[in-house]
Design a protein around this ligand. Structure first.
Ligand SMILES: Nc1ncnc2c1ncn2[C@@H]1O[C@H](COP(=O)(O)OP(=O)(O)OP(=O)(O)O)[C@@H](O)[C@H]1O
Ligand SMILES: O=P(O)(O)OC[C@@]1(O)O[C@H](CO)[C@@H](O)[C@@H]1O
Length: 302
């Protein structure tokens, strides 16, 4: 079974307007309310591609109920821990033709008993399971929480995927995650460098491998992606042709596509192209990628 963990799920309130002026009253001409957060997006796209998963994490309040309602609407399973306090955050994504502005909520505090409950659920995972740890964690938690989860699950034959930034990611590398997916900006930030070429990106992706990651997938938005896999092969792919509509969740879709390609074929090259096609299929659509959209783009890549 695949499990995803979202520590800080969100309602994504996506609005479009001609122009956004800070300090003024702005009126939208399009709005959408989507249940999200990185792990939840991964679960939705996995389901769209034909793979079952169980979404874990913490949920709270009226927004939490809506997130679960939408997730179940996609046919996904969930086993969230309901917090007694606060409400799951609302993340506002403001889009104009020129720019995207995000205002992400902070989310509820997570008490120690709720963390213990999550650890008890994770303790039931067995060899052959996959665990996707994705997204930021609320301010109330220490930034070694992913590390603690991985330490507990070490040597149990569980494939762990981590999609996180900075220390949250760097601290888990010694536990040999199966897959990590920083974007090129996050990679540069981690090493405090400027990345000027694909060779630079490959060099630092390999450094992440030296630090312990097995497969390193670097996403580069409209410039495609690079994979350095556990067998030492490196592949680059541009994105397929299409029109950008909404890139929110493109990275999560890429993770879901990679896992689907890998579990269907055991082939990293196929997994990589499936990841790129799935990321782009989401970027080219208002909603997260569907299987027919992914298959259509995949044909243009390989
Ligand atoms: N403008 C775009 N055009 C085509 N494909 C895109 C575009 N943006 C993203 N993608 C696809 O999605 C993949 C992941 O995108 P990106 O690098 O933006 O991830 P990310 O930064 O993790 O995104 P997010 O945090 O918004 O989910 C890219 O490698 C590419 O395949
Ligand atoms: O604050 P985090 O957890 O880093 O990111 C949260 C978020 O931006 O990520 C998803 C897109 O990847 C959205 O559904 C959600 O709003």
């Amino acid at each position: 079974m695949i499990y995803t963990v979202t520590f800080n799920p969100a309602i994504d309130y996506i609005v479009r307007m001609d122009k956004f002026v800070a300090g003024a009253t702005n009126r939208v001409n399009y709005e959408q309310v989507l249940g999200g957060g990185k792990g939840i997006n991964v679960s939705i796209v996995l389901k769209n591609l034909g793979l079952d998963s169980t979404a874990l994490g913490f949920i709270s309040g009226f927004t939490g109920k809506e997130i679960i309602r939408q997730l179940h609407g996609f046919g996904c399973q969930s086993d969230f821990i309901e917090l007694p306090n606060g409400f799951s955050r609302i993340n506002v994504k403001i889009k104009t033709a020129e720019q995207e502005t995000e205002v992400n909520g902070q989310g509820p505090d997570i008490p120690q008993e709720a963390i213990d409950e999550l650890f008890a659920k994770l303790d039931k995972l067995t060899a052959g399971d996959t665990l996707v740890l994705a997204g930021s964690i609320p301010k109330s938690l220490p930034d070694d929480i992913y590390e603690k989860i991985m330490a507990k699950l070490e040597n149990r034959g569980i494939n762990i995927v981590v999609d996180a930034t900075k220390n949250l990611l760097l601290n888990v590398l010694k536990y040999h995650p199966f897959l990590i997916k920083p974007n090129n900006h996050e990679l540069a930030e981690m090493f405090n460098v400027t990345l000027n070429s694909h060779d630079d990106i490959i060099f630092y992706a390999k450094k992440l491998q030296e630090l312990g990651a097995k497969n390193v997938l670097i996403s580069m938005g409209k410039d495609g992606a690079i994979l350095v896999d556990q067998n030492g092969s490196t592949i680059h792919s541009p994105v397929p042709k299409g029109k950008l509509v909404n890139s929110i969740g493109a990275g999560d879709s890429m993770v879901a596509g990679f896992l689907t390609g890998y579990y269907e074929t055991g082939d990293f090259k196929r997994a990589f192209y499936m990841g790129v096609a799935t990321g782009s299929a989401s970027a080219f659509s208002e909603n997260l990628a569907t299987r027919p959209e992914v298959e259509a783009l995949l044909k243009t890549l390989i």
